[in-house]
Design a protein around this ligand. Structure first.
Ligand code: GAR
Length: 188
C-alpha cells in the first residue's frame, strides 16, 4: 500500500513506522510526509529519512499533494486537526488516538491533555486505539486497541510513556491487518 503520513508535531509515530518498514515487520511504503505546522520536528525527521516532505496548512493543499503520489492509505500520526480527505480516500484514513475510544476522545482530547484527564478521573486502565477516521474526531471503525495499566503513583507523563509504548505495537499491527483484510472489510 502506498501510504502518506500527516503530522503536526515531533514525529515519534513516524519514527516507529519508519523503523517497522525498515526491519520488515510492517507492510506498505511511505510515499510522502505532510505537516500542517511549518517547523514541525517530524518534517525534519522525514527529510532525514529521505521521504518527500511538504508543509500544507489546509485540507485542500494536503489533498492536492496526495494526488501527486497516488496514495492509497493516509496515516494520521499526531495530526492535531480534523482532516477531510478527498472523496476517493474517504474510507482510507487511519488515526491513532492515545486512549481507549470511546473514552477520553473527541475535540480537545489530544496528546498530554488526554493523559492529564485520565489521571484526574483515576481510571485504572488506559491505552490506545487505531481506527479509521470519519468526519468527526476519533470516530470510525476500530482496527486495534491495546490497554495498559494506570497506577496510582503515575504522573500524566508516566501514563503517556506507557501508552506510547502500546501505540508503537498497535499502529504497525493495525496497518498489517488492514493490508491483509482490505480497507472495505472494516466499513461493512
Ligand atoms: C501520539 O501519542 C498520538 O496518539 C497522539 O499524538 C502523539 C504523536 O504525536 N495523537 C493524538 O492525540 C490525536 N488525537 P507526536 O509525534 O507529536 O508526539
Amino acid at each position: 500500500m502506498r501510504m502518506a503520513v500527516l503530522l503536526s508535531g515531533t514525529g515519534r509515530t513516524l519514527d516507529n513506522l519508519h523503523d517497522r518498514i525498515a526491519d520488515g515487520t510492517m507492510q506498505g511504503s511511505i510515499e510522502v510526509v505532510v505537516a500542517n505546522v511549518v517547523d514541525a520536528l517530524g518534517l525534519k525527521k522525514a527529510k532525514k529519512y529521505g521521504y518527500p516532505v511538504h508543509y500544507a496548512s489546509t485540507d485542500d493543499e494536503i489533498n492536492s499533494i496526495l494526488q501527486d503520489y497516488d496514495i492509497e492509505l493516509v496515516l494520521l500520526a499526531g495530526f492535531l486537526k480534523l482532516y477531510h480527505p478527498p472523496e476517493h480516500l474517504k474510507h482510507n484514513v487511519l488515526n491513532i488516538h492515545p486512549a481507549l475510544i470511546p473514552s477520553f476522545c473527541g475535540d480537545g482530547f489530544y496528546g498530554i491533555h488526554v493523559h492529564r484527564i485520565v489521571k484526574k478521573k483515576g481510571v485504572k486502565v488506559s491505552g490506545c486505539t487505531v481506527h479509521f477516521a470519519n468526519e468527526k474526531y476519533d470516530e470510525g471503525p476500530i482496527v486495534v486497541q491495546k490497554s495498559v495499566p494506570v497506577y496510582d503513583e503515575d504522573s500524566p507523563d508516566d501514563i503517556a510513556e506507557r501508552v506510547f509504548g502500546a501505540e508503537c505495537e498497535a499502529y504497525p499491527e493495525a496497518i498489517n491487518l488492514v493490508h491483509d483484510k482490505g480497507i472495505e472489510s472494516y466499513w461493512k
